[in-house]
Design a protein around this ligand. Structure first.
Ligand code: URA
Length: 422
């Protein structure tokens, strides 16, 4: 087999055979296929697509590139959730302990932020002492003792995806449905969860900007999960404006703790509960009551135990950025737009995110929202507070926000988008 013929097949809109797919994924993982050759193939896939059978084989080859975990020995059913990424999407933080409090085991392998979307591990690392890197044995122990663990995927899990995702990130080949679906599902299937709920984001702050693309991505991933025996469901959810009232690492941890304490912004609570119900149903626990677990303190108790088990101090003071800048409304009326992408890029420029995988993030950086779309505002009132340790970044963040915040005249008709679209 030679890689040039594989690239030519896809370049010329052909179908890759099972043998070509198995060979190219294996050869790339071993370093026999070079990055420049794989990036040419990824671009050909982005431009010319893959059919469902090709995607299924590509996913199976990525799973076979590494180890598979097995949670069969756990006394509880396993349920995991994956979000395709958004701005202010801190849902995993309250969700994992909440679902554990309701009786399922949640093996949540999470990632770091890249570009304008935040990463769960970066958020949790703002808690002093908390560790994202656990051995497989440590992960199993936390899962057995607490019922929920949030940690980085080990190097052995779908190593082909680790290499390929890093390559796609720097070659403009992330936004391809076959590559996104196979990347996400190879990790989730290799992880060994019994059931999986996908939160497929739609809107300016998401990979999928419209409902049709999001639906195709969701149905491709649900098909892959089901074919591999994972009970998989997907919700399509809104990412046209940030979730909750914060975007940034420690800021989002603080808001998640508010939700676990029975408060927090209504949209975060609504989505957390909707995903919890889907996870519990998929795990065979349809009668569990996640709303009660938020109110009676049991979800908070699981959060505290989970953070402590991973070396963190749930009572520690969270880091705060050294500098703040308040953005005020320049007119009275109705906030008609607070664009997720603009806020995500601004938070990233303030230091909450990274441009390259090896960059550090600032724990305290980010944005607090003081109003949400549909809220009445008066001229001069604070709309956003920008946080950073490096105030020379404020102009770049303000530039990113330009055009993303719109105040319409009083009485402007505004129809809120539901959080769960389908
Ligand atoms: N998240 C992933 O894990 N892979 C992708 O391709 C996109 C988002």
């Amino acid at each position: 087999m030679d890689v040039i013929s594989v690239i030519r097949t896809k370049r010329d809109r052909g179908r890759l055979t099972d043998e070509q797919i198995d060979w190219v994924i294996d050869a790339y993982t071993r370093g026999e296929v070079a990055d420049e050759q794989m990036s040419a193939l990824a671009m050909a896939i982005l431009l010319n697509g893959m059919d469902r059978a090709e995607i299924a084989r590509w996913t199976a080859a990525m799973i076979a590139s590494g180890e598979r975990m097995d949670f069969a020995a756990l006394p509880r059913p396993t349920a995991d959730k994956h979000s395709t990424g958004g701005v202010g999407d801190k849902i995993t933080l309250p969700l994992a302990p909440l679902v554990a409090a309701c009786g399922a085991a949640v093996p949540q392998l999470s990632g770091r932020g890249l570009g304008h979307t935040g990463g769960t591990l970066d958020k949790l690392e703002s808690i002093p002492g908390w560790r994202a890197l656990l051995s497989n044995d440590e992960m199993m122990n936390v899962l057995r003792d607490v019922g929920a663990v949030i940690c980085a995927a080990g190097d052995g899990l779908a190593p082909a995806d680790k290499k390929l995702y890093a390559l796609r990130d720097v070659t403009g080949t992330v936004e391809a449905i076959p590559l996104i679906a196979s990347s996400i599902m190879s990790k989730k299937i290799a992880e060994g969860t019994g059931s999986l709920v996908l939160d497929v984001k739609v809107g300016s702050g998401a990979f999928m900007k419209n409902l049709d693309d999001a639906r195709e991505l969701a149905s491709t991933m649900v098909g892959l999960g089901s074919d591999h025996g994972v009970r998989t469901v997907a919700l399509l959810t809104d990412m046209s404006t940030p979730l909750g009232l914060t975007a940034g690492n420690a800021l989002e941890v603080r808001e998640s703790v508010e939700v676990l304490a029975g408060g927090g912004p209504a949209d975060v609570v609504e989505l957390t509960l909707a995903l919890a119900r889907e996870m519990l149903t998929a795990a065979g626990l349809p009668d569990a009551d996640p709303e009660r677990a938020l109110k009676d303190g049991s979800a908070m108790d699981h959060w505290r135990r989970m953070i402590t088990a991973q070396g963190g101090d749930p009572d520690a003071t969270l880091p705060v950025a050294r500098e703040r800048h308040v953005v005020t409304a320049d007119a009275s009326g109705v906030l008609t737009e607070l664009d997720a992408y603009a806020v995500g890029v601004a938070a990233w420029r303030l230091g909450a995110g990274r441009a390259r995988k090896e960059d550090p993030v600032q724990a305290g950086a980010g944005i607090e929202l003081h109003a949400k779309p549909g809220d009445p505002v008066t001229a001069g009132q604070p709309l956003l507070t920008l946080h950073t340790d490096t105030p020379e970044r404020f102009p770049y963040a303000l530039q990113a926000l330009a055009g993303g915040v719109t105040v319409g005249p009083a009485g402007t008709a505004f129809s809120p988008r539901p959080i769960v679209l389908d």
